[in-house]
Design a protein around this ligand. Structure first.
Ligand code: AP5
Ligand code: ZN
Length: 216
């Protein structure tokens, strides 16, 4: 199964991608996670990316495309993949099309998660992340059993630097300007499914698995 998860920041792409990847045995490729990993490791790429990310702006296409191209060639993707947070611009989508055709494969489905602006702001403001194992929590909706530490690995949870109010505003604006056009782009290719992302994680997941059943 080869999937793209689209949607504004905070709609739950990462949460649902993790569940799909585990259930269907496919790779989860999150450009946000890959970039945060590079920032933590203080690589040249990470140092370049950090200022864009902290402000809530997109990292240049060439950087992100390079990361995804490497990942897609990895044997872990042989069984399929879910792209979480990529593509984010029309040039990224076009480049993804080229890379996939070089591998002689195509996307099965692009899922666009829909959640109100009020809900995404609430989800982002309350998110806490584990810097070690990347697990994601929410102070209200998905609290860690160990309160301020990760209940998987024990690391202290942190708030992402781009989950502060100003960066959230920028990310939502950037999404409308640069990423929302991908909805029409994939609709014109008959790949798009709209999915209601409001409601509890498990309820959204049930609807999602129903939509994905034909592509297993
Ligand atoms: P990225 O990490 O991709 O962030 P994003 O798209 O802004 O998405 P989020 O991770 O914020 O949200 P999500 O939809 O995954 O929601 P989640 O499941 O975590 O990108 C970060 C930055 O990296 C970008 O700003 C950019 O600078 C750069 N970047 C990344 N990709 C790029 C690209 N392709 N091109 C250029 N730059 C790129 O859920 C959010 C919270 O809500 C969590 O706390 C969760 O527990 C909770 N939650 C989830 N589902 C529910 C639910 N159903 N009910 C209640 N709470 C829920
Ligand atoms: Zn952890």
């Amino acid at each position: 199964m080869r999937l793209v998860f689209l949607g504004a920041p905070g709609v739950g792409k990462g949460t649902q991608a993790e569940k799909v990847a585990a259930q269907f045995g496919i790779a989860k490729i999150s450009t946000g996670d890959l970039l945060r990993e590079a920032v933590r490791a203080q690589t040249v790429l990470g140092k370049d990316a950090k200022s864009y990310m902290d402000q809530g702006k997109l990292v240049p296409d060439s950087v992100v495309i390079g990361l995804v191209r490497d990942k897609l060639s990895d044997p872990s993707c042989a069984n399929g993949f879910v792209l979480d947070g990529f593509p984010r611009t029309v040039p990224q989508a076009e480049e993804l099309g080229h890379v996939l055709s070089q591998h002689n494969i195509r996307l099965d489905r692009v899922i666009n998660f829909q959640v109100s602006r009020e809900d995404v702001v609430r989800r982002l403001s309350g998110r806490r992340s584990c810097p070690k194992c990347q697990a994601t929590f929410h102070v209200e909706f998905a609290p860690s059993k160990k309160s301020d530490s990760c209940d998987r690995c024990g690391e202290a949870l942190v708030q992402r630097s781009d989950d502060k109010r100003d960066a959230i505003e920028t990310r939502l604006r950037v999404y409308e300007e640069q990423t929302a056009p991908l909805i029409a782009y994939y609709d014109s290719k008959h790949l798009l499914t709209q999915l209601d992302g409001a409601g509890a994680v498990e309820a959204v997941y049930q609807n999602l698995t129903r939509v994905l059943t034909p592509y297993k």
